[in-house]
Design a protein around this ligand. Structure first.
Ligand SMILES: NC(=O)c1ccc[n+]([C@@H]2O[C@H](COP(=O)([O-])OP(=O)(O)OC[C@H]3O[C@@H](n4cnc5c(N)ncnc54)[C@H](O)[C@@H]3O)[C@@H](O)[C@H]2O)c1
Length: 456
């Protein structure tokens, strides 16, 4: 039970309905083999963008857990200091490059992992395919519709494959929601209420470094909400067709009386709630601070910088080609982190209130509630996974590197999925800028269909 915010999980549930029909403990991914598959020749893999995500997700862990299937053959970054630290920290024994073309031409990897700044992804995805590699790219695939179209066309032209790593689809409770929706538990889905809260620690982090600039991360409509829009596209199993949105910057950035370049030398550190003592984080000091001299990258940048040009409060109405409509919002300075979601159907409703970081009420499961119209209520407790992002990171890697080919929940994400998730964000950004609803079908050659096309 959570007590700090005068709200309890039980209160939330009891406001929405009637009797407790049952509490089930289920893992929707049970039965899916981990790291199954037939051993073949090892994939020769290179990484471009040797920052935090590549270090935590795509390097040492992959080499250790999928050693029979993956061999790292090259690392590339524009920051030579970070590149060398990464190689050591990731315990990889392969050549390093600050010149991407040189790496691709000399090494000729089978697969290129793209983990650079969002607005540069397209350069590496496109050139990587042209030089013969399949691509695994971090979200968001890219940040505007022109770059998106160029990626779609290059994939067609080269016959190479782009996989977008949507780890959020793989969290067990989200998989359970997918199953419930497909099972007809609430009849035909008609609308979704989806509200995401980033807490003051995580939310503020997007205002410290490159994400704070629209030209680098495409705004949080693209950088962050791409995860949420991908979940919606997957759950609803239809394509988004139109977006109407609004957003503002009224908390971070210029909305404060004092500011500095970054936290370490800041004269306001004693009075700023957002002071971040990076010197206590050994990894950040070694990955970022020690190499600032090469590129001026400040990991502890001030959240009050006047150049911040992204929104910190966003809301959108999204229409789907199958008639489902969504009410979505993102808040970036909440006291706790998580989301509320409700799926309304012709026969009932699915609710979930997921708190992603709550040190006071840590529990080993997430809860999904199914309430039938004129009927009963069922509480379904879904065990959390132990790897990052609620267990999603491990399952995603099993799929990508472990030879797991089964995909009963259609979780694999194609280039089309990658495109449609960012196109919702791009449309929302355009709607904020123009005040008009934006049609997804007018942005690229992808024409929304009422039924999702699954990844091949
Ligand atoms: N799926 C998830 O949950 C998740 C989580 C975190 C980050 N990400 C994504 O991973 C990517 C990397 O994020 P991060 O937090 O590691 O950022 P980061 O800033 O730590 O790392 C980015 C790296 O790219 C390098 N770089 C930038 N431009 C380059 C260029 N032109 N050529 C070569 N290298 C270049 C930088 O020097 C840096 O080392 C982003 O796209 C981000 O959206 C995804």
């Amino acid at each position: 039970m959570k007590t700090n915010n005068n709200v309890t999980r039980r209160n939330f549930i009891s406001t929405t309905g009637t009797a407790l029909a049952g509490a089930l403990l289920v893992n929707p991914l049970e039965g899916i083999p981990s790291k199954a598959g037939v051993a073949g020749p090892k994939k020769r893999v290179a990484i471009v963008g040797t920052g935090d995500r590549a270090l935590g997700m795509w390097s040492k862990d992959v080499q250790l857990n999928y050693a029979d299937k993956v061999e790292y053959v090259g690392l590339c970054d524009i920051n030579p200091g970070r590149l060398e630290y990464f190689k050591k920290a990731a315990e990889l024994n392969c050549p390093t490059f600050t010149d991407f073309e040189k790496m691709m031409k000399e090494i000729k990897p089978d697969t290129l992992i793209v983990t650079t700044v969002d607005a540069t992804h397209h350069e590496f995805i496109i050139r990587g395919m042209e030089l013969g590699a399949d691509i695994i790219t971090e979200k968001p695939m890219t940040t505007d519709e022109q770059k998106c179209e160029a990626i779609l066309q290059t994939e067609k032209k080269t016959g190479k494959k782009v996989t977008v790593t949507f780890n959020y689809r793989y969290s067990p409770h989200r998989a359970k929601i997918y199953e419930l929706l497909r099972s007809g538990a609430i009849g035909d889905l008609t609308s979704v209420d989806f509200h995401w809260y980033l807490d003051t620690r995580h939310g503020s982090d997007y205002f410290r470094r490159w994400h704070r600039l629209k030209e680098k991360g495409g705004t949080l409509w693209v950088h962050k909400s791409t995860h949420h829009f991908d979940l919606l596209n997957w759950w609803i199993e239809s394509d988004p067709s139109e977006v109407y949105a609004s957003g503002s910057l009224e908390f971070y950035g210029k909305n404060n009386s004092f500011r500095h370049t970054n936290c370490r030398p800041c004269p306001h550190k004693n009075s700023c709630n957002f002071y971040f003592d990076m010197t206590k984080n050994k990894k950040y000091m070694a990955l970022y601070a020690d190499h600032e001299k090469h590129d001026g990258y400040l990991r502890d940048g001030c959240v009050w910088k006047e150049d911040i040009n992204i929104y910190d409060k966003m809301a959108a109405t999204i229409k789907y080609a199958n008639g489902v409509q969504v009410s979505y919002s993102l808040t970036t300075y909440s006291p706790y982190e998580g989301y509320r979601i409700a799926f309304n159907g012709t026969k009932g409703r699915i609710d979930a209130w997921i708190e992603e970081s709550n040190p006071i009420d840590e529990k080993p499961y997430d809860e999904v509630v199914v309430t039938k119209n004129f009927g009963t209520r069922e509480f379904i407790q879904v065990p959390q996974g132990s790897s990052g992002h609620g267990g999603g990171d491990r399952l995603l890697k099993d799929k990508i590197f472990g030879g797991v080919t089964e995909d009963p929940l259609n979780q694999s994400a194609s280039v089309r999925d990658g495109a449609l998730s960012i196109l919702v964000g791009i449309a929302a950004r355009k709607s904020c800028e123009t005040g008009q609803p934006i049609k997804i079908g007018e942005l690229t050659s992808i024409k929304p269909g009422s039924k999702r096309q699954f990844a091949g």
